[in-house]
Design a protein around this ligand. Sequence first.
Ligand SMILES: Cc1cc2nc3c(=O)[nH]c(=O)nc-3n(C[C@H](O)[C@H](O)[C@H](O)COP(=O)(O)OP(=O)(O)OC[C@H]3O[C@@H](n4cnc5c(N)ncnc54)[C@H](O)[C@@H]3O)c2cc1C
Length: 368
Amino acid sequence: VEYIDPGSKTVGGKTAEGGAFQISYDRLLIATGATPIIPDLPGFDLPGVMGLKSLEDGRRIKQFIEEKNVKRIVIIGMGYIALEMCEALRGRGIKVDMVKPRRAFLPWLQEDLGHMVRDEVEARGVGVNSGHGIKEIREGEGGLKVVCEDLTLDCEMVLSAAGIKPVSDIAEEAGLQLGPDRAIAVDRTLRTSEENIYAAGDCADAFHIVTGERVWIPLALRANRAGWAVADNITGKHVELDGVAGTAVFKVFDLQVAATGLNIHQAEEAGFDPVAAMIKSRTRAHAHPGSTKIGVSMVGDKKTERLLGVQMVGGEGAAHRVNAPAVALQARMTVGAFAESDMAYAPPFGPVWDPMLTAANQLLKKMR
Ligand SMILES: Cc1cc2nc3c(=O)[nH]c(=O)nc-3n(C[C@H](O)[C@H](O)[C@H](O)COP(=O)(O)OP(=O)(O)OC[C@H]3O[C@@H](n4cnc5c(N)ncnc54)[C@H](O)[C@@H]3O)c2cc1C
């Protein structure tokens, strides 16, 4: 699709064969997703510089690695896709160097938790080069060179994972309002600024359940849920979505990283009076075999005692633990009410006091 004309209620563009098409609509759903940001620097169009968005991209990467017998890869970016790819590539015995301009490793993560992840990645032989602005990618002898101001990394393939942006150009050209990060602005029914046009998924914004403000947090559950809500709204039901907490989880080597809600900096920016508590606990009862470390950072508002966010890094169980605070955020619970939750205990699943409860109790002490 190349254009939307809200006046005549038509969309048009080109078919795969190159012929022009035009379709009229009564209601339109825009679900164009997001696309990788390709830095506007020399060399990002060279063969061997890849992005990862679709299954097809994944297949191309695999084929390139096999055909060229790739032994060294540089990953540009250190977000969750970069880290997941780093684990997959190390699993194939490939040497991996990561590089990015900002110094902080995972800037959105509480510092101690960020160090836990960085230590794990480095212990697996990955080069973590943060704080290096990339100048260009150059063809060199037998491969590619990622050139920074004060560092050059040799490799045979570059994976560019420097973030994503919403695909919102055709919506903007059609006069639709955009929200944060240029995502298409939608109300709680997923309707855009045009009455007959809806937008759902990574191309659209959402309301944050903690701040109430518009945010762009492109993740799969919200995309799916928003699609269903649009279907309901178009077919005569009335559905309003509450919003997102930004609940997310990923795995890197033997660690799971999970977060929901706001970190302390975001809470400050949103006008709260935030306090954070950081605790270290175990993922199973101490004596139980297989118990691993888990770190939890919990943030609450001193004024209202409202729970604002939780982050954790641990050897197991982070993905499912984070769902409890995610529900608490949705229910606008206070830290005190969350600390009273009757959570399950048995030795293979956690200590008697689940790390969520320990963090909430420590946070209460700091808030009162
Ligand atoms: C490598 C990777 C790992 C991920 N892992 C996770 C995860 O673990 N958890 C999680 O929650 N999320 C994850 N995500 C994000 C998740 O995939 C997205 O949130 C989700 O796919 C968004 O769905 P969507 O339908 O909005 O967009 P998409 O799935 O991107 O679909 C958009 C579609 O619109 C098409 N399109 C775009 N422009 C046009 C146009 N002009 N005309 C016609 N068609 C167009 C595109 O070709 C595409 O088919 C991951 C993403 C990637 C890339």
